[in-house]
Design a protein around this ligand. Structure first.
Ligand SMILES: [Zn+2]
Length: 261
């Protein structure tokens, strides 16, 4: 090849990688969490970088994780929100992405969560890719939840959510949401469909998103072009958890939150 063309090709390829090739990193699997795999020696600092966004939980299931542009938040079951040092806290399940919005749409009319998710899904070019989703705006109603830290012997996640989840409801929230949309074929690895976590702009309210009405704001997303799964140590509990069990019904209950009792 003509050296000039070779050089041009390298430049174009580099530009494509710099702009378009967002990479998702995940630690462990959703089914290992559903089965009670709450212990971890994997420091969050292995996933936290400037430009990285993500969600997950912490060692012993101590609250909901939200990572926004390299800033790590821990939303605890008592409603408090802390900023743990990424090298001093570990995660048994987390998914993060070097997110750089590819598309953005304004939301100008009130939308329920169902309508908002349908709008986003309809805009995807492919339903065979994974997407990072970033939402900023004002919400007239938000329902979130968190879970308290667990003690051994660990109960399956569906039982923790059913008996111990704490729901938070608020009217009029200005805030930010990040999460993922994952295709059905990755069931067992991650959460098929939408999985979103929210934090208010004043950092006083947040959690795993159960419901909302969005008044206005923006929604942006980006498909991932690579997906890396980081595995727990072969000597950890992950090695002996049964990952062949069908957990779809459990996952649905965990994601949507147990009915209020
Ligand atoms: Zn969650």
């Amino acid at each position: 090849m003509n050296p000039y063309l070779t050089h041009l090709f390298v430049l174009v390829a580099t530009a494509l990688i710099a702009n378009g090739a967002s990479h998702i990193h995940q630690y462990a699997t959703i089914d290992s969490l559903l089965a009670g795999g709450y212990d971890s020696d994997f420091p969050c600092s292995r996933l936290v970088r400037p430009g990285h966004y993500g969600i997950g939980t912490f060692h012993q299931l101590d609250g909901e994780m939200l990572l926004l542009n390299g800033e790590l938040f821990q939303i605890k079951a008592d409603g408090s929100i802390t900023r743990p040092k990424p090298d001093s806290i570990t995660t048994p399940f987390a998914t993060v992405m070097d997110f750089d919005a590819l598309d953005m749409i304004p939301i100008k009319q009130p939308k329920t969560l169902e309508a908002l998710e349908a709008t986003i899904e309809n805009a995807f070019l492919s339903l065979n890719h994974l997407y990072g989703i970033h939402i900023k705006g004002t919400f007239s109603r938000v329902v979130t939840r968190s879970v308290p830290p667990q003690e051994e012997p660990y109960k399956p996640l569906v039982e923790v959510v059913r008996n111990q989840q704490v729901r938070f409801e608020k009217e009029t929230v200005t805030g930010e949401i990040f999460g993922f949309w994952v295709p059905e074929y990755l069931e067992g690895v991650n959460v098929p469909g939408f999985h979103l976590h929210l934090i208010s702009d004043d950092r006083s309210f947040g959690g795993h998103l159960l419901d909302l009405v969005m008044e206005s704001g923006t929604v942006s997303w980006e498909p991932a072009m690579a997906f890396t799964l980081h595995f727990p140590d072969p000597e950890s509990d992950f090695a002996t958890i049964n990952l062949l069990e069908e957990r779809e019904a459990e996952l649905r209950e965990v994601e949507l939150g147990a009915p209020a009792q």
